[in-house]
Ligand binder design. Structure first.
Ligand SMILES: CC(C)(COP(=O)(O)OP(=O)(O)OC[C@H]1O[C@@H](n2cnc3c(N)ncnc32)[C@H](O)[C@@H]1OP(=O)(O)O)[C@@H](O)C(=O)NCCC(=O)NCCS
Length: 175
């Protein structure tokens, strides 16, 4: 168990593409992050995703740093602005969150919930944000437990453009 982690964040840059690509290939990430219709992706595709986030701003994408070292990747978004069939029932007061800890040796030690709490604190600093959602794969029990430990409650199973998901939510008043 990690007791006093120094968790910080910095915006992703194009030069981070090799690191993100390497994490996305790792089995503990690939099992959940790359499921159909997403595949592991070529290096060029990962680089293009970063470029799109930087240029179009659909997601706020960032590296998670632990004691100053990059250990994972996260992205947040406004669910009210989401495109296509994503989040038709949400409005601008809802933010969404995805994350991965790419360094496998740092998983299973209680770091994930602390990272989620730190990200949520930053999102709730915006008074417009009333709730934060996550949509883990219903079979990703570790992720579901991670969000529960950070205070999220399970709302319902749902179909997303990426497939089946478990909608989980942290409300401002229960944070
Ligand atoms: C999901 C993730 C962020 C969780 O972070 P973490 O630091 O590993 O989380 P924790 O160490 O707190 O473990 C979470 C909990 O899951 C539990 N857990 C682990 N494997 C489990 C399993 N197979 N079934 C049920 N619970 C499980 C742990 O026991 C722990 O709960 P506990 O503290 O009550 O015992 C991290 O593992 C990760 O990035 N995984 C790869 C990518 C991914 O799945 N991202 C999420 C996409 S939504």
């Amino acid at each position: 168990m990690i007791n006093t982690p120094d968790i910080t964040f910095r915006p992703i840059q194009l030069v981070d593409a090799p690191l993100l690509f390497a994490w996305r290939q790792k089995p503990h990430v690939a099992a959940w992050w790359n499921v159909a219709p997403y595949e592991a992706g070529t290096y060029e595709e990962v680089e293009e995703e970063i470029r799109e986030d930087l240029e179009l701003g659909g997601h706020d994408s960032f590296l998670i740093l632990f004691d100053g070292q990059p250990i994972g990747y996260g992205q947040t978004y406004n669910a009210g602005d989401a495109s296509g069939d994503w989040w038709p029932d949400e409005d601008e007061s809802t933010s969404g969150l995805d994350l991965l800890i790419g360094e496998e040796s740092l998983t299973g030690r209680g770091l994930g919930p602390l990272v989620v709490c730190a990200i949520c604190d930053q999102l709730f600093a915006d008074p417009k944000v009333q709730s934060i959602i996550a949509d883990p794969n219903p079979d990703n029990l570790r992720s579901i437990r991670c969000f529960e430990k950070a205070g999220f409650l399970i709302e319902r199973h749902m179909e997303t453009p990426d497939g089946q998901a478990l909608l989980m939510r942290l409300c401002r008043e229960s944070n």
